[in-house]
Design a protein around this ligand. Structure first.
Ligand code: NAP
Length: 289
């Protein structure tokens, strides 16, 4: 559908922004539902997030995604915030409501939807999270919301890892929390579900891996590496040696976009439409036939 006077405008604020897949993903939804929308990447110069949000109001933009580096700082520009998003401290989706602009984090929901899509449940399971950056905060919230049994955070900077305990205390204080360095593998429970959330192993550094000790891989039952480029990280390859199944982060990216689309439009795709869109995305990103 071509842009006309009734087209709803959505977009992504970021810096850098050139390599985003989000316009492609949202266009898949518009095409699937014959929805009259357009999704534009907006480069936000450093220090200009306040002006960008004012622009959203002034231009009647329907909904925005937020990416690096403003997921945290944008919160103070909003009129309302979803409670779990406030606890995570990072907002990637802004929705217009009758009370003004409301912030959501659909990254953790994207992970939740992707795990459900892959029929993976972490309820009652021991989880290990590698990394403690912005993405790891959402993964901790996900483990809490899904009622995992325990979380072990392994991070280069242990102090940063231990800060994630605050999320557990606020969302699900019954959950056991441990934290250590990337070498503290004795903290990892046998049969754990692992979430790799660092930037290590991302293209072009595909020969890097956050944990090289095989002791770790022998203790894991299933894993998600939230990196999606390359398709199979070295971390995932090492898991494969032990016969451990893993998924990459493309599904999480896809579903965070789908959840944002649902929040903005009230529209939903059925399972067949979701599978078709997912397949098209995989073909584009991994250049499959
Ligand atoms: P971030 O806030 O910058 O955190 C980076 C994390 O990586 C920290 O834990 C950091 O440890 C660790 N790290 C970086 N370089 C390291 C090194 N050389 N050795 C050891 N640890 C290192 O980044 P983020 O926003 O959480 O994003 C992390 C990754 O998640 C990125 O690859 C991003 O693309 C991906 N992501 C994917 C999705 C998706 O939808 N699939 C969504 C969000 C993010 P320290 O604390 O010690 O610095």
């Amino acid at each position: 559908m071509s842009v006309n006077g009734k087209t709803k405008v959505f977009g992504l604020l970021g810096n850098p922004i050139e390599h985003t897949l989000s316009p492609y993903i949202h266009q898949l939804f518009y095409d699937e539902l014959d929805y009259n929308g357009v999704y534009n990447p907006f480069f936000v110069p450093e220090g200009m997030i306040q002006e960008a949000i004012k622009g959203m109001k002034g231009l009647n933009i329907e909904g925005l995604n937020i990416t690096v580096p403003n997921k945290e700082s944008v919160i103070q520009e909003l009129d309302d915030i979803d409670p779990i998003t406030e606890i995570i401290g990072a907002c990637n989706t802004i929705v217009r409501t009758k009370n003004g602009l409301k912030g959501y984090n659909t990254d953790w929901i994207g992970l939740q939807m992707d795990c459900a899509f892959n029929q993976v449940s972490i309820r009652g399971k021991d989880c290990v999270i590698i990394g403690a950056g912005g993405a790891a905060r959402g993964v901790v919230a996900f483990c809490c919301m899904e009622k995992a049994h325990s979380i072990t955070v392994l991070n280069r900077t242990v102090e940063r890892g231990s800060q994630l305990k605050e999320i557990v205390e606020m969302v699900n204080p019954n959950l056991l929390f441990k934290c250590g360095s990337l070498e503290d593998l004795h903290l990892v429970e046998e049969g754990s579900i692992a979430f790799q959330t660092t930037t290590i192993g991302m293209y072009p550094n595909v020969q890097e891996c956050p944990i090289n000790n095989d002791e770790f891989y022998a203790k894991v039952d299933f894993a998600v590496d939230i990196i999606y480029n390359p398709k199979e990280t070295l971390f995932m390859k090492k898991l494969g040696v032990y016969g451990v199944k893993s998924i990459n982060g493309l599904g999480m990216l896809f579903f965070q976009a789908l959840k944002a689309f649902e929040l903005w439009t009230g529209e939903e795709l059925n399972n067949i439409q979701i599978e078709q869109c997912m397949l098209k995305l995989k073909k584009k990103v991994y250049e499959l036939d």
